[in-house]
Design a protein around this ligand. Structure first.
Ligand code: BES
Ligand code: ZN
Ligand code: ZN
Length: 494
């Protein structure tokens, strides 16, 4: 999909569809839409006055052969109440909704017309992100595809100049990196084993100009990553640890180093504590955290933050094989801590334990992990918010500001010491599940914190937000790519 700035006068824009947005109760138009309304001899205001155009958020009204415009169609997307309008977050959804609406009707050439107040680089970037993310489909393994594609999108009404052009490129890098992650999250486990995930990371790193190292099972054993090995030993597929590095052109001595750790269980059967059959197929997306971090690295390679960033992604299957670890087994993590494995299905925290510790060994001074860690986070936050844990609190608060800027809903979750009590073991240093009732997302977070120790650390539980069972007007059902934009924003501001 080609995306370019469009310079023609609005009524003269030639396209299969001209897209813009209108606010609730708006029936007089000036500025950008005034020009359109005048060219249409007031038909836009008549339509608004008729009441048919209610402008509810993301409602669509399609006008065919709009009189006075060169475009074949005029698509009006509802933007809701002007005082509730959150410029970037809403523009992303409006642009995405328009793309999916028009694409499903076979439209090929679109021009998106922005309005006053939303003409700068931030708005342009949001629109591009929204378009690219909306364009993603999960039809890779369909032999008969719909073959509907929007070939070209023009952006009209934006400021001209270098900063908007740069923003378009940034939006493209982020949108395409989200789709890169989403494509991997979609892959079934027979098409994406830990080895295949490592190969994809290698290809991405090469293309993006990042350095990469893949630790194989021998290196993992040499490093004594006992918690990861314990999970991996039940599978015939060997584990991998993927290490991707971004180094800025002029690294400042003593600068912080951001570590991005992502859970990549390419399939989670639960192991010996096996999961029920219903919905087990979904556990192919248990590598969503790892894919998110690989996507973030891909985007950062283009955006070039001023701090070094290292991604550490432990990849394994969780299988109930003859050599699988069993409930009650004790494993020694790379850090030396001993873990009583109460439930082999709480495997994410085990592999993150070694990955978080290894990231610190590599020199990371600040950590973020992302993981489809617990079903409990869905109980707490449904599929609305990502559960965001972290210490110290001001580090988490900074991150939540980035989440807000990126338009990704995240909610701060408690990290009180009572949860630490719940993961004390009778025979080892810690146990991998909470002993109390409830609080499953917090005890999971505390377990990981045991390995982050005093390094500022954030844990994003994306178990309920990484995948949606129902599509949204701006997003296909399936993998969402959640958390990547926040992480990228945070790294850029660091
Ligand atoms: N991968 C699952 C968590 C999950 C659940 C992700 C639903 C996506 C959707 C994780 O490994 C798991 O099984 N967690 C257990 C932990 C429990 C045994 C303490 C859970 O949440 O049930
Ligand atoms: Zn599990
Ligand atoms: Zn899991």
């Amino acid at each position: 999909m080609e995306i370019q700035l469009e310079a023609q006068a609005y009524p003269a824009i030639e396209a299969d569809a001209l897209v813009t947005y209108v606010f609730d109760k708006e029936d007089k138009f000036d500025g950008v839409l005034g020009e359109i309304d005048r060219a249409m001899d007031g038909r836009l205001s008549s339509l608004a006055k008729s009441g048919e155009l209610t402008a509810k958020p993301l409602e669509t009204v399609l006008v065919h052969f709009p009189k006075g415009l060169a475009a074949q169609r005029l698509l009006l997307v509802g933007a809701g109440k002007p005082d509730k309008f959150a410029a970037e977050a809403d523009l992303r959804k409006i642009a995405g909704t328009a793309l999916r609406f028009l694409k499903s009707r076979g439209v090929k050439r679109i021009v998106f017309l922005t309005r006053e107040g939303q003409q700068g680089p931030a708005a342009a970037q949001a629109v591009v992100e929204g378009l690219i993310v909306a364009d993603f489909e999960s039809d890779k393994y369909r032999t008969e595809k719909k073959n509907r594609a929007v070939d070209r999108v023009g952006l009209a009404g934006f400021d001209s100049g270098a900063s908007v052009n740069q923003a378009i490129e940034a939006g493209r890098a982020i949108g395409e990196s989200m789709n890169f992650a989403r494509d991997m999250i979609n892959e079934p486990s027979n098409k994406l084993t830990p080895k295949m995930l490592a190969a994809r990371a290698e290809a991405m790193a090469k293309e993006a100009g990042l350095s990469i190292e893949i630790l194989d099972e021998r290196k993992i054993a040499e490093l004594k990553m006992g918690a990861l090995i314990g999970v991996a030993q039940g599978s015939v597929e060997p584990p991998r640890v993927i290490v991707v590095r971004y180094t800025p052109a002029n690294p400042k001595p003593g600068a912080p180093v951001l570590g991005l750790v992502g859970k990549a269980v390419t399939f989670d059967t639960g192991g010996i504590s096996i999961k029920p059959a219903a919905n087990m197929e979904k556990m192919k997306y248990d590598m969503g955290g790892g894919a998110t971090m690989l996507g973030a690295m891909r985007a950062l390679a283009a955006l070039k933050p001023s701090v070094p960033v290292i991604a550490v992604i432990p990849a394994t299957e969780n299988m109930p094989g003859g050599r699988a670890q069993k409930p009650g087994d004790v494993q020694t993590a790379m850090s030396g801590k001993t873990i009583e494995v109460i439930n082999t299905d709480a495997e994410g925290r085990l592999i993150l334990a070694d990955a978080v510790f290894y990231a610190r060994k590599l020199g990371c001074t600040h950590l973020i992990d992302a993981a489809t860690l617990t079903g409990a986070i869905e109980v707490a936050l449904s599929n609305v918010h990502v559960g965001a844990f972290g210490v110290p609190r001001d580090y988490l608060d900074k991150f939540l500001e980035s989440a807000k800027a990126a338009g990704e809903k995240m909610w701060p979750m408690p990290m009180d010491e009572e949860y630490e009590e719940m993961i004390k073991s009778n025979i080892a240093d810690i146990r991998n599940t909470g002993s109390g009732k409830g609080g499953g997302a917090s005890t999971g977070a505390w377990f990981i914190k045991e390995f982050a120790e005093d390094t500022p650390w954030i844990h994003l539980d994306i178990a309920s937000t990484c995948w949606v069972d129902e599509g949204r007007p701006w997003l296909a059902k399936g993998p969402t790519g959640i958390a990547m934009r926040s992480i990228v924003d945070f790294a850029m501001k660091m």
